[in-house]
Design a protein around this ligand. Structure first.
Ligand code: G1P
Length: 313
């Protein structure tokens, strides 16, 4: 094989997973006007911006190098993961150690890096913007709209990548009428009950065209072979370059060409914060499980629901 062909051929990487990529360039139009001047990633889940939970999950899964794909209007994300000297000094003078700790929590969390997407041409395009930073390393992708209760899922996905090579997606079984909201996978079992081989992927299929009810939730571990594939991936669903389409191509390739995709079956708790009703459910759920809020909130919630029921009935 000539040196030229050797260079352009996509190759699977055997390096460990140490980097996380977090796409955060979306316009957040579903939450307007709140997101007119504030990134949707900064909307609080109780008292912490949604994006901080995602970075905490990456760090808990040992990924301390976090690249955020941002765009216009996203400066406050960078500020959030940086020191805030004036605020810290004011809290220190007051002796408010608890708040000082909470303010400092986000700045020492991870090694944060930022790159701008420019044209918002879809999730696949956002991931492609990570190519220079990621290089030949396999890497995780965490979508900010999905909050996963523990880092066990991501840890398991990294383990599966180390065991099988290739790429790994997180899959959750959804109701048939919901498949059109997700990327859906055709799957075959492996010897491990929580791991499947992905044979096909379709982005947001009509229920009758879905290969199964197993939907991709926003966690991926990608082989760097995904980058040259993304470069060649034409716009798909919604006229956008879809990560799902690039992964379908990798699912069809041989391992030596960076191919094979596995799925880790997830049966835990996942929160969607991408639309208003789910966002509100997530905030209420998180608040009710907080020891400092539950005692006050739960009796009020019960009473509120009873009152609503009485009014409607
Ligand atoms: C994206 C992906 C989709 C995946 C979903 C998970 O879609 O394109 O394949 O199932 O995230 O949340 P989005 O919800 O950003 O439109």
């Amino acid at each position: 094989m000539s040196a030229d062909t050797e260079q352009t051929r996509p190759r699977s990487s055997s390096l460990p997973v140490t980097k996380a990529v977090v796409p955060a360039a979306g316009l957040g139009t579903r939450f307007l006007p709140a997101t007119k001047a504030t990134p949707k990633e900064m909307l609080p889940i109780v008292d912490k911006p949604a994006i901080q939970y995602v970075v905490e999950e990456a760090v808990a899964a040992t990924l301390r190098d976090v690249l955020m794909i941002t765009g216009r209007n996203k400066r406050s994300i960078e500020d959030h993961f940086d020191r805030a000297y004036e605020l810290e000094e004011a809290l220190a003078i007051k002796g408010d150690d608890e708040r000082l700790r909470s303010v400092r929590e986000s700045d020492g969390l991870a090694q944060m890096h930022y790159v701008r997407q420019g044209d918002p041409r879809g999730l696949g395009h956002a991931v492609l913007c990570a190519a220079a930073h990621v290089g030949d390393n396999p890497f995780a992708v965490l979508l900010g709209d999905d909050l996963i209760e523990s880092a066990d899922l991501l840890r398991r996905m990294i383990e599966v990548r180390e065991e099988y090579g290739g790429s790994v997606v997180a899959l959750m079984e959804v109701e048939p009428e919901q498949v059109s909201l997700y990327g859906c996978a055709g799957i075959e079992p492996t010897d491990e009950p929580d791991v499947v081989t992905v044979t096909d992927l379709v982005e947001k299929p009509a229920p009758e065209q879905a290969p199964s009810r197993w939907a991709i939730i926003g966690r991926y571990v990608c082989d760097p072979a995904v980058f040259p594939v993304l470069q060649e991936t034409p716009p798909g669903r919604g006229g956008e370059i879809q990560l799902t389409d690039a992964l379908r191509e990798l699912a069809r390739r041989k391992p030596e060409d960076g191919g094979t995709v596995r799925g880790v079956l997830f049966r835990g708790r996942r929160y969607d914060t991408g639309n208003k009703a789910d966002y509100i459910r997530t905030v209420v759920d998180f608040a009710c499980r907080r020891p400092d809020l539950a005692a006050e909130l739960l009796p009020w919630l019960r009473e509120f629901v009873d009152r609503q029921g009485a009014q409607q009935g």
